[in-house]
Design a protein around this ligand. Structure first.
Ligand code: NAP
Length: 249
């Protein structure tokens, strides 16, 4: 096969949390760019069915990422389904240590839930990335999602902020070993977006954010998904970085 023919092959993308607000926008963006996408969902079966109906090259798998072994196994299954991997994005998030999910201020943090937040947000990302590494047969990109909560002293739920800081560490620590196989690893750290995981943010904090944000508006899901798609499909030399998308907070 010539290099030209290889370059024309559809890119193969695994997305964990493809049913989420950012995840589904990313899946759509990747599919529109001609990529073959395999993603996971947990409760969002209807969203998963809609995505696979609208985009014929897209498939979905139900998995509970609270179990990191299940995350590793699901990533492996999806990579085999695609016949290899060119990009992996981890968009899944558990934003709260308590049920029903709420902005868990210091006094409300549930210690068992703390471990659960780290399992879904961090350990599953590590387990899936490690399990996918042998499937990156022509280099590629890993895209993780942090948050400004993990890099700036904003008022935020402790378990969520800790998990987001850990993901920045994960991007840094994976960059070297993954780089040896031509795989870049980066983290997108959004500020507050118009929808999604920030749904539990109290109104006074949203107002505070707008006051200090240079662009004086919340971020759009599509703006973050577009960057994630670029990192997934186009990035060739950025690695180990945190890209902050907060409108100038
Ligand atoms: N939206 C924001 O304002 C914002 C701001 C800063 C950072 N971020 C980051 O951006 C990323 C995407 O966030 P989002 O707004 O798209 O969140 P979201 O809309 O709440 O979506 C969360 C995703 O995680 C999945 N998920 C949750 N628990 C799971 C579990 N135990 N097992 C498997 N999947 C599970 C959900 O699956 P189901 O729905 O199928 O159950 C869904 O796909 C996250 O890392 C988030 O921290 C978002």
């Amino acid at each position: 096969m010539t290099a030209g023919a290889a370059a024309e092959q559809p890119r193969r993308c695994v997305v964990l949390g493809g049913s989420g607000t950012v995840g589904r926008a990313l899946v759509a963006e990747l599919a529109r760019a001609g990529a073959h996408v395999a993603f996971t969902y947990r409760q969002g079966r209807e969203i998963a069915e809609e995505l696979t109906r609208v985009f014929p090259g897209v498939t979905a798998l139900e998995v509970d990422l609270a179990d990191p072994r299940a995350a590793a196994e699901a990533a492996d299954v999806l990579a085999r389904r695609l016949g290899g991997v060119d990009a992996f994005a981890h968009c899944a998030v558990r934003a709260s240590s308590i049920e029903p999910p709420a902005f868990d201020a210091l006094e409300e943090v549930c210690l068992d839930g703390f471990a659960g937040v780290l399992a879904v947000n961090v350990t599953s990302a590590f387990a899936a990335a490690r399990s996918l590494l042998p499937h990156f047969d022509r280099g590629g990109n890993v895209v993780l999602f942090g948050s400004v909560d993990g890099i700036k002293p904003v008022r935020s739920p402790v378990p969520y902020a800790v998990s987001k800081a850990a993901l920045a560490g994960l991007a840094i620590s994976l960059a070297k070993p993954f780089g040896q196989r031509g795989v870049r690893v980066n983290l997108i750290a959004p500020g507050v977006l118009e929808a999604g995981a920030s749904r539990t943010l109290p109104d006074d904090l949203r107002r505070e954010y707008l006051k200090h944000c240079g662009l004086r508006r919340l971020g759009k899901v599509e703006e973050v998904a577009a960057l994630a798609a670029w990192l997934s499909l186009e990035n060739t030399y950025v690695t180990g970085q945190t890209l902050v998308v907060d409108g100038g907070l």
